[in-house]
Design a protein around this ligand. Structure first.
Ligand SMILES: C[S@@+](CC[C@H](N)C(=O)[O-])C[C@H]1O[C@@H](n2cnc3c(N)ncnc32)[C@H](O)[C@@H]1O
Length: 245
């Protein structure tokens, strides 16, 4: 591991706004960390926490937790938050398929999934952060009225998410297929941009956004989706494709 990475890794463990696999905080984020009763918003796969920082600045009456497995990346956001005295921010290092072990049912008010790795290969589909297996976990911790906000440059992941939601009977509340090309898109979506978002936009990639609820998510729907996905996978693999859904 590079020297800087090791240094950040070690520092992450000692910062007051960072938490490493903090099982003890399940159900206690507001009482133990933020010391208030404000709604909790998560950014999943937050990287350097740019979105978390920007949202925390815009919404001082909400508490933000950036989550990622890479502490050297979150170190950047955690350090900035401390320098800016931004007290409504924390960073949590975990693997996201264990997220339900770190939050109590209904403890989370809103989730942002920003520019996740698209995992376009069919065999990696289960790692996509909008895969129903993840949605089931998010539902366990999300308040019934809570919403998922998903922003991406990836046509493949966006299309997968749209098809998957229609298969599981969820109608998105908002869909934007070109956030920066639509003068009427929500200012929040246009104005808060990460490093990657600027990079992809500059390369002519359209930034896409979707907002949806998990209220109607059911295990029956997910089983049907998995049957459909398996049938599609078999067809594509028989044709020699490794991507396509
Ligand atoms: C492409 S980066 C995007 C970072 C940031 N959201 C942005 O827009 O700049 C995806 C991030 O998700 C994290 N990630 C992906 N899958 C994860 C998982 N299963 N558990 C924890 N972190 C994950 C990676 O470590 C990486 O930092």
């Amino acid at each position: 591991m590079a020297k800087q990475k090791l240094k950040r890794f070690a520092e992450f463990a000692t910062m007051p706004n960072t938490f490493d696999f903090a099982h003890q905080l399940k159900g206690k984020w507001n009482t133990e960390v933020f010391k208030n009763n404000n709604p909790i918003v998560l950014e999943l796969g937050c990287g350097k926490g740019e979105y978390t920082l920007a949202l925390a600045h815009l919404y001082p009456n909400k508490n933000f937790i950036g989550i990622d497995i890479k502490s050297n990346r979150m170190w950047v956001g955690a350090k900035k938050a401390l320098e800016q005295n931004q007290m409504n921010i924390a960073f949590l290092r975990i693997v996201l398929h264990k997220i339900h072990e770190f939050f109590e049912a209904g403890e989370v008010s809103e989730i942002w999934i920003t520019f996740p790795d698209p995992f376009v290969r069919i065999r990696s589909a289960k790692h996509r952060l909008t895969h129903p297996r993840f949605l089931q976990l998010y539902k366990q911790i999300l308040h019934p009225e809570g919403l998922i906000n998903f922003k991406t440059d990836s046509d493949e992941l966006f299309s997968f998410t749209q098809i998957m939601l229609s298969k599981i009977g969820i109608e998105p509340i908002l869909v934007e297929t070109d956030v920066h090309g639509n003068p009427n898109a929500e200012p929040l979506l246009k104005n808060v941009r990460t490093y990657y978002e600027n990079l992809f936009s500059a390369k002519g990639k359209k930034i896409k956004f979707m907002k949806f609820s998990l209220l109607n998510l059911s295990t029956d729907h997910i089983t049907k989706f998995e049957e459909w996905f398996e049938a599609e996978r078999k067809k594509l693999v028989a044709l020699g494709h490794s991507t396509g859904i």
